[in-house]
Design a protein around this ligand. Structure first.
Ligand code: PGA
Length: 229
């Protein structure tokens, strides 16, 4: 299983360093085949040597240049960051990232050999319109994305389940992941209100190869509990 922590706009450089140190201690007995990834905010990125993967939540598809407020490849290379989240719904919805921009980022970071967690997810009105509508919406988010990229991981995160405490049902996750599996062979993560109380149920679903966790990953004890369950 893959356990990925998305800190979003939480934690600082010093609290991230303390978190990683503590996490190494608390999850020492974890299963050898499990993989742990942490995505701190950009200001907390640092060189990291250890068992986990530390990645970026976002970057602009440039080596460097005039893109005020963004970071590019040069800033990631400084800390040897080789993993990135692309297409998170908060970036699509709150920051207006179009599919075209998302695909541009994907191509750029693929060209540079990054491991990419590519996020997709539907809003509530699409979920309410039924399975076929969900599939069409999600598959449209694959436009311009090379699904055969060997360093790709796909994260399915229904927007209505993110940060709401209301995870998708086991049935909805199972059927959506089965539909995604018909398109990709890469690992499939589920995200959206994953927490210690539902982790066992979610990781037991067919075609779920891991989880992307926001709120419940912020506390190192809570994230560790999920990994050790
Ligand atoms: P959540 O966020 O766990 O707080 O729902 C998940 C995500 O957005 O990656």
């Amino acid at each position: 299983m893959i356990f990925a922590a998305n800190f979003k706009t939480n934690h600082t450089r010093s609290s991230t360093a303390a978190y990683l140190k503590q996490l190494a201690k608390t999850i020492a007995p974890k299963r050898a085949e499990d993989r742990v990834m942490v995505f701190p905010p950009a200001t907390a990125l640092d060189r990291y040597e250890g068992d986990f993967t530390v990645g970026a939540q976002n970057a602009y598809p440039v080596q460097n240049g005039a893109v005020t407020g963004e970071i590019g490849l040069e800033q990631l290379e400084e800390f040897d960051i080789r993993t990135i989240l692309i297409g998170h719904s908060e970036r699509r919805e709150l920051l207006g990232e179009s599919q075209e921009m998302v695909a541009k980022k994907f191509s750029f970071f693929k060209e540079h050999g990054f491991e990419i967690i590519y996020c997709i997810g539907e809003p509530l009105e699409v979920r309410e319109a039924g399975e076929e509508a969900v599939k069409a919406y999600l598959f449209a988010q694959f436009e311009g994305i090379d699904l055969s990229y060997e360093k790709l991981i796909v994260a399915y995160e229904p927007i209505w389940a993110i940060g709401t405490g209301r995870s998708a049902t086991t049935e909805a996750i199972a059927s959506t992941h089965a539909a995604l599996r018909s398109k990709v062979t890469v690992p499939l993560l589920y995200g959206g209100s994953v927490k210690p109380a539902n982790i066992t149920e979610i990781t037991a679903i067919d075609n779920v190869d891991g989880v992307l966790v926001g709120s419940a990953s912020l506390d190192v004890e809570s994230f560790s509990e999920m990994i050790l369950k």
